[in-house]
Design a protein around this ligand. Structure first.
Ligand SMILES: [Zn+2]
Length: 413
């Protein structure tokens, strides 16, 4: 069956990487599957469009990704909250947002970001598909959310109700949207004439350069370059006027966009925009040359990580995981690692504790289990938070514990 590009509808011909079959990564399980029932695995294959260079997951029929039972609470990461606060402070200053301004966040989660605008006396509105997460935003921060998926239809109805946002924050949502055209069409409808919309997404250039294949999972439909994001926005009457490079998620871009006919500008951001355009041109992201080397990276990572875990086991050393992010599930499934090599992992989120990772069947415990069991090695699955986690677990040094990451390459420290 031919697959067509999510943005420009051209037929997709070129595979960037094929990770085989994988379970849907946020389906944490109540018990190991072998004890009770089987579980479904789905293709995890990424292709690139020859026309617009959108790197994308091929269409597969998976169960709906959105699941009320799985609620992701952003506020559990300390560094993520700090990141959100810095963003809120910067945008207030850059856009001169006062009490009459309206800030809308799409995929507003538990209000982790909007709380900072609200505290500054600015009007806020969240859009969040999960009712229980939206309820949390209301209880904890007094933030109103519309419980729905965002797209052109919701954009239309909000606009009819007079919603006109001076700032729209789409932080880490663009890559997760199945229909990117419908989503951006909705954004254009609720953006004020001189408003700014920002999107943050893991930068495809970093994924390709640093071999971050574990950022590929079923909920993550698009792997975005500036090159392609500019094409998508332009097609909907929006234009990028600035960019920032961020360290989050192993290297992200924050793009600043406006209506194409608006004269909003920012000289500092415009300079960085030119720099990232040059970087992507140098990496040849507008030709197959930019994508062809990536396919070899996962196999190298798998060989190195398995060799480490097998050697540790032979030497009678103990290893545990830290974190239960989606990227960890991709990594462990692709590498074929189960509890025989990684007996447990841990996560700060109470929603994940007591569950089992999909596919790998590895139990998830409270991080206090690490100090109780004193493992020789702690494999950090969310390698993008390695510094934060190393600092949190600094006591592990007292018993000679070492940390391990597998991306961009195996490192023991
Ligand atoms: Zn395309």
């Amino acid at each position: 069956m031919a697959t067509h590009c999510r943005f420009c509808n051209s037929q997709l011909e070129h595979v960037v990487v094929d990770l085989g079959l994988s379970p849907v990564s946020n389906r944490f399980r109540d018990m190991p599957s072998a004890d009770h029932e089987g579980q479904m695995f789905y293709p995890l294959k990424v292709m690139v469009c020859d026309t617009c260079w959108l790197v994308q997951l091929t269409d597969v029929t998976t169960p709906p990704h959105f699941d009320e039972n799985y609620a992701y609470f952003s506020s559990f990461s300390v560094s993520w909250l700090a990141h959100a606060k810095r963003y809120a402070d910067m945008m207030q200053e850059k856009l001169n947002l006062g009490p009459d301004a309206l800030v809308v966040e799409v995929a507003s989660n538990d209000g982790y970001l909007l709380q900072y605008f609200k505290k500054a006396g600015i009007k806020v509105l969240g859009i969040e598909p999960s009712a229980n997460v939206a309820a949390h935003a209301k209880e904890q921060h007094g933030i109103e959310s519309i419980v729905d998926f965002f797209g052109e239809n919701l954009g239309k109805s909000l606009r009819e109700k007079g919603v006109s946002a001076n700032l729209i924050a789409g932080n880490n949502v663009l890559a997760h949207v199945p229909d990117i055209n419908d989503f951006i069409a909705g954004i254009e409808l609720i953006l004020a004439p001189d408003g700014t919309v920002t999107f943050e997404f893991p930068h495809l250039l970093q994924m390709l350069t640093l071999g971050q294949f574990d950022t590929i999972y079923h909920e993550h439909y698009s792997y975005l370059s500036l090159l392609t994001v500019e094409k998508v926005l332009n097609a909907h009457g929006l234009s990028v006027y600035g960019v920032e490079e961020l360290p989050t998620h192993g290297g992200s871009l924050r793009v600043f966009a406006k209506h194409t006919n608006s004269d909003v500008q920012d000289n500092t951001l415009a300079k960085q925009l030119e720099k990232v355009r040059r970087d992507e041109a140098t990496a040849r992201l507008n030709s197959h040359a930019g994508y062809s080397a990536f396919a070899a990276r996962p196999a190298q990572c798998k060989a190195d990580l398995l060799a480490f875990l097998i050697e540790a086991r032979k030497q009678g050393k103990t290893v545990c995981g830290y974190g239960a992010p989606a990227k960890g599930n991709t990594m462990l499934d692709y590498c074929g690692i189960g509890p025989e090599l990684l007996p447990f992992t841990t996560d700060l989120s109470p929603q994940k504790q007591g569950k089992f990772l999909p596919g790998a069947n590895i139990p998830v415990h409270d991080p206090s289990v690490i100090t109780e069991t004193r493992p020789d090695y702690i494999l950090i699955l969310p390698w993008n938070l390695r510094d934060e986690i190393e600092a949190q677990l600094k006591d592990a040094r007292d018993w000679g514990g070492k940390f391990v990451v597998a991306v961009p390459e195996l490192e023991i420290f």
